[in-house]
Ligand binder design. Sequence first.
Ligand code: ADP
Length: 400
Amino acid sequence: MSSIILEARDIRYRYPRGMEAICGISFHIRKKEKIALVGPNGAGKSTLLTMFNGMIRPDSGILLFDNEPIRYDTPSLRVLRKRVGFVLQNPDRQIIAPTVYQDVAFGPTNLGFGPTEVKETVTRALRHVGLEGFERRPPHQLSGGEKKRVAIAGVLAMDPDVLVFDEPTSGLDPSGSEDIMELLDELNHEGKTIIISTHDVELAYPWADRAILMTGGTILHEDIPEVAFGNLNSVRTAHLSLPTLLELYMELKKRGFLLPGKKPRTVLDMMHCIETLFEKSRIQNRHGTITVCNVDLDNRESLSEWIAMHEGICTGAMGTRAKMCAENSRIHLDFTYSVIDKCILKALLGEDSLILTTESMVKRVYLRVNAYGVESGVQIPVHQFGTAQPEANGKNGSEP
Ligand code: ADP
């Protein structure tokens, strides 16, 4: 179990001339966790988030970062704000410079980096969020999703350990929201602790490692999402709704269907529940193969040739760099979100698929497919692009 990075002990806060916004809250967040603070408007989510990098100081109680009480003198706050990056709900309030480059360069310049180091840092941060080539663009001419990415790049340029996002998908269309949630996953996979606030249960339920349900400045429930959202009293008190998959599972259970004990968080989990019910009548097809291509390594020409040879193969891309590679190589993408689960679903239908991704995410494909195999007893063959095809009998390719 990872160590604790943030801890609150009975913290309270009242806005000047306002009502008490945080009414005695205690919790802890572990390193590399994905945490969703979920609650209705006015629950106190944003107020709590702004305490994590010292923007607001609790009136009472203690807030600890990396096991040390947060200190509020200027030098301590500078260090804290380098380690805890904050992405505001509205990027227009975060982006201050006339060009994308200048905006992202603001943090590293303030940290005292030299010009070469600033340039390298900005280039790396923009590459990370898929905005290479946007350096000279004025931020006000960008789309909502692009502005959000500029704001994220500005925070990434400081290389924080913890990233805090207030309503990360607000104002974005469904595809923009999916891209941002995927970027959050990618950052988490690279070792960052990610904390988001949201009132969108469908967003938080499949994404979070733990959900903290809040209302009226208090925590109602804090647990893995299946348990936190499975508590109907908490969900009702917080004026939230049940995630659709969980509601469906509960309704089926009420009707006496013998479902597995593990509640579904994704469509893939739900399919596993349903297939368990119909196990005996199901025709066992050959399972499709998932091919994983590391776009950092593999030759783009041979990739295009391979796709042409496998006409109609479903293709997904995980991570911004992989998506950009697909765009540059004019590769049509069928999946850009929940890519691994969607490819497993295809494999269960006997169809092959291709996942484009980057070095750091390849292992995640193997881990997810193997975890699904352990849970369901169904082994989906995974194959690395450029190596020999495994036999199509359910044997997994070996992990890289
Ligand atoms: P949420 O992010 O869950 O919507 P907030 O943290 O923004 O909730 O607000 C919590 C409570 O604090 C609300 O009652 C809100 O009206 C109040 N509040 C928020 N900001 C201020 C402020 N600047 N001054 C006074 N009250 C505020």
